[in-house]
Design a protein around this ligand. Structure first.
Ligand code: NDP
Length: 428
């Protein structure tokens, strides 16, 4: 090794040991579905940061598929492992064997707490993209994971929650607006549009079970210090309006409850109202309505000729795998925030958004845009942690961390964002 090369390595080591305190390089990705695949591929593209990658899931054949795809596309070797992440001890053994600096949880929200427990036991940092949800109740909230704050802090570890697109980038957009664009933020509307077409009569863009549980719930948004309840999207009285999205034009957008509202209400000071809107096609709503009416979205056990089955799990087995939707997917997703408030004594409204093309995501990684827009931010969050740019102790939502390097990385790694003055009208 030349002296220059040696001194470069030595200097780098010194910098991150003194200034950052976090060792670089090893990640254990738990979950090998649509999102896990994108995270693994994106990490594999950046060997300087992600020196070693291990992909683990309940079903090892999916991990093996990812391993083969990465080898073919990049020439890199990643390792794979089988693990049931509901079993904390099994995961602790795997973590000890792999010795990662960070566990990236892209399994299901049901596993969040067991994976956080395993991280605490094995003393490793943690990142996920969706908040905890108990399997037997269709209800999600952060309180269960926020309760780990002190435990992570005491062990000198960091956990980053909800680092996909929404939650994740939607929170980062708010943090960026708070840091640079406003003295005070009063209103936030997060608008999520998938204007793509996958060619199937009915499919969900991420795990069907989690997706259907989320969109069939009673809706809530936050106004003047209170949560306001409104009917679920399938109810004729659900709240909707037409929003003119960039590139894809006007779409029916339904009020929906989404988990980032809970943390943003806490972390964006001076907020008067925050809402989340999502587009749904009439075709999607009609299918979902029929499935719900016949009981196929039930999450309790029913007797079927002597066998106990959970209808929504059967439905998941019958529906297309979201990870495999990409090949015929056309159209775009447009996700962003309209943020209004005061700057230098004057009212202003800005719209910060990303447009992602399903076919381009497929061309790059063989993924559809929903997996892509979730997996890329998870990789970026992991990079922020490994590089020590995000280096706190405890449990954090993404808006609590420095948005600037993250925003820069979004542009660099495939999710270019745009900022415009917003002149449109939103419902009161
Ligand atoms: P998939 O169903 O495609 O993949 C989930 C993966 O987790 C599968 O490989 C599955 O294995 C594995 N898994 C499930 N249970 C266990 C377990 N007990 N132990 C180990 N592995 C397990 O889901 P997606 O990739 O679509 O979604 C992944 C996550 O991303 C979800 O939590 C979802 O809510 C979140 N998400 C977040 C978004 C955001 O913007 N923040 C947007 C979209 C998704 P198996 O094959 O055996 O079932």
């Amino acid at each position: 090794m030349s002296f220059t090369a040696f001194s470069k390595i030595f200097n780098n080591c010194t910098i991150y040991k003194l200034d950052r305190g976090i060792k670089m390089g090893r990640v254990l990705i738990v979950g090998a579905g649509g999102v896990g695949r994108v995270v693994a591929q994106k990490c594999a593209d950046i060997p300087d940061v992600f020196e070693k990658i291990v992909v683990a899931s309940r079903n090892i054949s999916k991990c093996e598929d990812i391993r083969r795809e990465i080898k073919k596309r990049t020439g890199r070797n990643v390792d794979t492992a089988q693990v049931d992440a509901d079993e904390t001890e099994a995961l602790v053994s795997l973590i000890k064997k792999v010795a990662p600096d960070l566990v990236i949880n892209v399994a299901l929200p049901y596993q969040d707490l067991s994976i956080m427990d395993a991280c605490l036991k094995a003393e490793v940092n943690y990142l996920d993209t969706a908040n905890y949800e108990p399997p037997d109740v269709a209800h999600f909230e952060y309180s269960w994971q926020w309760a780990y704050k002190e435990k992570f802090r005491k062990k000198g570890l960091m956990a980053v929650l909800g680092c996909g697109f929404d939650p994740g980038v939607s929170n980062i957009f708010c943090a960026y607006a708070q840091k640079h664009l406003f003295d005070q933020i009063h209103y936030i509307d997060i608008l999520d549009c998938n204007a793509g077409s996958h060619g199937h009569p009915f499919a969900t863009n991420f795990n069907p079970e989690i997706n259907i549980r989320e969109v069939t719930q009673t809706v809530k948004h936050w106004k003047n210090g209170k949560w306001i309840l409104t009917p679920p999207i399938l109810d004729p009285k659900s709240v909707k309006f037409k929003f003119r999205y960039p590139v894809v034009n006007e779409k029916d957008s339904y009020l929906l409850y989404h988990e980032e509202l809970e943390s943003l209400v806490k972390n964006i000071k001076g907020l008067k109202r925050i809402r989340f809107w999502m587009t749904f096609s009439e075709n999607y709503l009609t299918h979902l309505r029929v499935l719900q009416n016949v009981g196929m979205t039930r999450i309790d056990k029913v007797d079927c000729e002597g066998q106990k089955i959970i209808p929504i799990k059967l439905l998941k087995a019958l529906l297309p795998d979201p990870a495999k939707l990409g090949s015929n997917y056309t159209g775009k997703t447009v996700i962003g925030n309209v943020i209004s408030g005061i700057k230098d004594g004057k009212s202003r409204s800005v719209y910060i958004y990303n447009v992602c093309d399903h076919a381009e995501a497929y061309k790059e990684l063989g993924a559809q845009a929903v997996s892509y827009t979730t997996g890329v931010p998870a990789m970026i969050g992991a990079m922020m942690m490994l590089k020590g740019i995000w280096n706190e102790k405890g449990v954090f939502n993404t808006e609590e961390l420095d948005p600037d390097p993250f925003m820069e990385a979004l542009n660099k790694y495939g999710l270019k964002w745009h900022q415009v003055n917003f002149k449109g009208k939103l419902p009161d």
